[in-house]
Design a protein. Structure first.
Length: 147
């Protein structure tokens, strides 16, 4: 904590915004991180200081953090609030919620198992098909006649 400036890639990794420093560096190189009101993306070697505002775009949301303290060492999750303040506007979280909800409706084939709700709807549908007088005969071998 004695440093006056720290590389932004190290800080974002240390305060658990990104899982690895490599991922943090890649996000910065892709232009997803800005500092302050300046809209131009930063480089991984850019240094930040206490009081800076860091914006991180993780589509669809842009998170905003205020730097409260500096560190280059990975922190435990409980210590993170001492080093940064999450000042992301509520509108961004609302956007995330909309995307989550629409994601269930718009799930394409091959994107994992059905949810519990989808499973219930599927079994309700298949039961209604059988109850409507459909006659499915899957016993093709007719082993019953020989016995």
């Amino acid at each position: 904590m004695g440093k006056s400036e720290v590389r932004i890639d190290k800080w974002l990794w240390a305060v658990r915004v990104f899982k690895t420093r490599t991922i943090a560096t890649e996000a910065i190189k892709k232009g997803r991180v800005t500092v302050g009101d300046n809209p131009t993306p930063v480089k991984p070697s850019r240094t930040i200081k206490v009081g800076d505002t860091v914006s991180v775009r993780k589509p669809p949301v842009t998170y905003t953090f205020r730097v409260l303290a500096l560190t280059e060492n990975r922190l435990g999750a409980k210590l993170v609030p001492e080093y940064m303040e999450n000042i992301t506007p509520q509108s961004q979280y609302d956007l995330l919620e909309v995307v989550k909800i629409s994601g269930f409706v718009d799930r394409r084939k091959g994107l994992g198992r059905p949810t519990k709700r989808e499973g219930r709807e599927l079994s309700k549908f298949t039961e209604s098909v059988y109850d409507d007088g459909w006659d499915f005969d899957f016993d093709i071998d007719d082993d019953d006649d020989e016995a």
